[in-house]
Design a protein around this ligand. Structure first.
Ligand code: UD1
Ligand code: CA
Length: 479
């Protein structure tokens, strides 16, 4: 049957370009309540520094520019942002004199911008890009100078409260430390997420004082100032209060971390990954996992790890910055760091694969085996109690129980090469630098110091001496 050709004509009315959006992230606070040497925003949650979640949400929103307000000392925050995206830039708030002061420190840099500015507290790691989209949409529909994102909390604790007037319009925000007992009862809180039209921002915010319990210039005073100047303020009430919770102390850090791990698990389950218990399986933000893979409890997948399809991992296993091929099984209590594992590999239980381990298809690494800077060829096995370091193991090799590559002479590391089809008997030491050639055998209990030629047998151990009848003459005390 002939298919009808469809020609897509360009529309005579091109879609209007969405108005540009600039995001300002407030990241210069001290974060006293964390009791940390590091800046609060550099703390890690589920695989990313706190502030990075906010930056990523802003970028995913399609912001044309993401401006970070950071303290003059906060090198760690800059590092935590850690993106080379040209849309991200920094400006300095010399002293942490409050959120309003932080916004004012960006005035020069933002001068001339006429668009909508989205202001975000930097301590909102659970914030989703969809929520920001809904907020922007709401802001555009209401066409007001300022829209706040609010949420209703069972326990509004230290959050700023939304005070509404007789006809339930937003009148002002009162910080918990300035609130009267009645105001403290208000459960609708300010999330620290604001949409503001640039042309209304600075001229109004400049009117904010620091006459409050904390002696700071509050961004939240902008609401009252706008209202005083007969401007409208809208509030977008977000239904998921957990998502907009700020992280101010270690308890909130733990809670947000847990939530982010669970969110990642849910994403992966929706894409076909099985979790025996998603509540206690910890897959970090950047990890990728193929479908039909089973993740057991207390498994940690860390950093830029990629796990293929139909694998079995855990329980109690940690894999960091590694690649795991399809159909590979990594059993209980393994630690795997910066390693590459091919398809159909079997590892563990209790194995330790250290950086620069490369396992080809079908390799088997058993219990209490440690590898480092070692490549192992197809189908080779090291099943028990072995250390392989700085080595190259060929295909179809059998490494017997208790084999050790003695790679370190006290000063330097040396290489061991074991070629294809070699059989290394149990309890052997390979003293590097050394090479065991193709198809050779190493007798059990050997200490190999010299090259073993192809297809030969090397035995390097004390010869057995048998003294007949010796035991009878040296009768042991009988119990
Ligand atoms: C702020 C809000 C509060 C709201 C809450 C939501 C104010 C005055 N209060 O309170 O109404 O309920 O967030 O989580 O805004 N920062 C700077 N420079 C400063 C101070 C802070 O950049 O001088 C940054 C911080 O790094 C942080 C953000 O601003 O990312 C918010 O500061 P924080 O001290 O956490 O404000 P809250 O007391 O939580
Ligand atoms: Ca906060």
């Amino acid at each position: 049957m002939a298919t009808r050709k469809t020609s897509i004509k360009p529309s005579p009315f091109p879609e209007p370009k969405p108005p540009g959006i600039t995001v300002l992230v407030l990241a210069a606070g001290v974060g006293k309540r964390m009791h940390s040497r590091a800046s609060k925003l550099a703390h890690n949650l589920a695989g990313k520094p706190m502030v990075r979640y906010v930056v990523d949400a802003a970028l995913a929103l399609g912001a044309q520019r993401v401006l970070m307000v950071v303290g003059s000392q906060s090198e760690d925050v800059r590092q935590a942002v850690g993106t080379k995206d040209p849309r991200v830039s920094f400006c300095i708030q010399e002293q942490p004199l409050g959120t309003g002061h932080a916004v004012l420190s960006a005035e020069k840099v933002l001068k001339g911008a006429e668009d909508t500015l989205l202001i975000l507290n930097g301590d909102l790691p659970s914030l989703r890009v969809e929520t920001l989209r809904s907020l922007l949409e709401f802001h555009r529909q209401h066409a007001v100078p300022l829209t706040l994102l609010t949420a209703v909390l069972e326990d509004p604790a230290a959050y700023g409260r939304i005070v509404r007037n007789y006809n339930s319009d937003v009148a002002r925000i009162v910080e918990a430390s300035d609130a009267t007992p009645e105001e403290k009862q208000i459960q609708e809180i300010n999330a620290g997420i604001y949409c503001v039209e640039m042309k209304h921002l600075f001229k109004n915010l400049l009117q904010a004082g620091a006459n409050n319990a904390q002696g700071e210039i509050y961004l939240t005073d902008l609401v009252e100032i706008l209202k005083r100047n007969h401007q409208k303020v809208a509030a977008y009430r977000h239904p998921d209060s957990e998502e907009v919770m700020g992280v101010n102390n270690r308890r909130e850090l733990a809670r947000a971390g847990k939530r982010l791990y669970l969110r990642k698990a849910q994403e992966l389950m929706d894409a076909g990954v099985t979790f025996l218990d998603p509540e206690c399986t910890y897959v970090e933000a950047n990890v990728r996992v193929g479908r039909d893979t089973v993740l057991c409890p207390m498994t940690f997948l860390v950093g830029d790890t990629v796990v293929g399809e139909s694998c079995w991992i855990g329980p109690g296993t940690r894999i960091s910055n590694s690649v795991v091929g399809e159909g590979t099984e990594i059993l209980d209590h393994c630690v795997i760091t910066q390693a590459r594992l091919g398809r159909g590999v079997k590892v563990g239980p209790f194995a330790h694969l250290r950086p620069d381990t490369e396992l080809a298809e079908g390799v088997r690494i058993g219990n209490f085996v440690e590898t480092k800077k070692t490549a192992i060829g197809r189908g080779s096995k090291a099943n028990h109690l072995t250390y392989l370091g700085d080595s190259e193991i060929g295909e179809g090799v059998n490494i017997g129980a208790g084999t050790i590559t003695c790679n370190y002479d006290g000063e330097k590391k040396h290489k061991t090469v074991v070629e294809d089809g070699v059989f290394v008997g149990s309890d052997s030491q390979l003293i590097a630098p050394v090479r065991v050639r193709k198809g050779a055998y190493v007798g059990a209990g050997s200490t190999i110091t010299k090259e073993v030629p192809p297809y030969s047998l090397a035995i390097a151990r004390g010869r057995q001496v048998v003294v007949k009848g010796w035991a009878k003459k040296h009768k042991r005390k009988q119990h």
